[in-house]
Write a protein that binds this ligand. Structure first.
Ligand code: IPE
Ligand code: IPE
Ligand code: MG
Length: 238
């Protein structure tokens, strides 16, 4: 079964609206990112407490490099600090940490913290916390196609053996279940290149609330709405 008691097994979140949260208060955008880290902690702990199997957070997209250099630098610094500080949250909550995206494109000190976090939490048995970093949905599909082509060239795979399953096995999300619920904060009605392959039958929930204001109560509202939905996957209810 993919769910228990109407709860989604895998929740993915596009954490948007940090900049607007700050601008509305006359603050620099970076203050929104700093405040957003508090929401990450609260939502992570709440999902772990509710025995959600996986929480995937869109933290930095492959398109976010186009932001001013200063903002990118701050985001990378915050990310590193987050990884160091949140290790306690991860270990206290028995969380297994993982990442998706082109990690090799991140600053080396960030890559190092990621590796440490993955290693230290690898035997934890609770929720999987997956950060999407330097992540792009199209790039993910391109990378999977490349891996498959490589295998065909090496004679390890025949073109006729390529199907949805083999493609999935070559995605960053290999071995993970598809998200049941995708939450986007900040009100934009778009997916911004997030998990394009994986969300084909995911339930969407968009809230105008900016990410720094998205806390337990808002999550609960999304979960309530999700529980009342009917997932048909193209079929009809018998
Ligand atoms: C989301 O908030 C955080 C990242 C994309 C890193 P934004 O920085 O996009 O905030 P808005 O959308 O400009 O308000
Ligand atoms: C999506 O937010 C990316 C992350 C939350 C990391 P963006 O702010 O980058 O998306 P757009 O620009 O509104 O599509
Ligand atoms: Mg945004």
């Amino acid at each position: 079964m993919s769910e228990q008691n109407g709860l989604p097994s895998h929740i993915a979140i596009i954490m948007d609206g940090n900049g607007r949260w700050a601008s509305n208060r006359g603050l620099a955008r970076v203050r929104g990112h700093i405040e957003g880290v508090k929401s990450v902690r609260e939502i992570t702990e709440e999902c772990a407490r509710r025995h959600i199997e996986q929480l995937t957070l869109y933290a930095f997209s492959s398109e976010n490099w186009s932001r001013p250099r200063f903002e990118v630098a701050i985001l990378m610094r915050l990310l590193r600090r987050y990884l160091i500080r949140e290790l306690k949250t991860i270990m206290n909550n028995n969380i297994r940490f993982t990442v998706i995206g082109r990690i090799e494109g991140l600053p080396e000190d960030v890559q190092k913290e990621i590796a440490t976090e993955i290693e230290l939490s690898k035997n934890n048995t609770g929720m999987i916390l997956c950060l999407a970093l330097n992540y792009g949905g199209r790039t993910e599909i391109v990378d999977a196609a490349r891996r498959l082509a490589q295998k065909v060239q090496e004679g390890k795979l025949r073109p006729e053996d390529i199907n949805e399953e083999t493609l999935k096995e070559n995605m960053y999300t290999a071995g993970m279940r598809d998200p049941d619920l995708l939450i986007r904060t900040g009100g934009e009605m778009r997916v911004s290149n997030f998990l394009l392959w994986e969300i084909s039958y995911t339930e969407l929930w968009v809230t105008p609330v900016y990410w720094p204001d998205f806390r337990k109560e808002q999550l609960e509202e999304a979960l309530r709405d999700y529980a009342a939905r009917e997932r048909r996957y193209g079929g009809i209810l018998q």
